[in-house]
Ligand binder design. Sequence first.
Ligand code: THU
Length: 136
Amino acid sequence: MSSAVDPAVQSLLQQAIDVSRHAYIPYSHYPVGAALRARDGSVYTGCNVENAAYPATICAERAALVKAVSEGRREFDLIVVVTRNGGSPCGTCRQMLYEFAPALRVVIADLAGRIHADQPLNELLPLGFGPIELNK
Ligand code: THU
């Protein structure tokens, strides 16, 4: 029997699933949705947006992050990421999130709402390089 999901996670999970429907994925056909919660409770969503010049693609997590930072948010405590199979955030997204929230709670789920992982970002990116390193 699975334990009840915390309501905050459940809410972001639904938002991540919903936004994944906007994914622009003509090349990979792999939709990703992310919902990022700022410390003030506001939530920013993002989907992956691909490009014919493949490396120009932006991932769902970074889409959510740049939306949030563009709206003045810089502190975050939770992100929920959904893919069809529970795929984990890429290295670039881990690094971008680490800049603002090394201890961010990262919940990874699938499009059916099943949770695959729930752990702090600094476990997904051990010994990460962040702003503090530049001031040592
Ligand atoms: N993708 C994300 O949106 N987030 C990740 O962290 C991993 C990969 C996207 C990029 C591309 O559109 C598709 O998934 C396949 O790599």
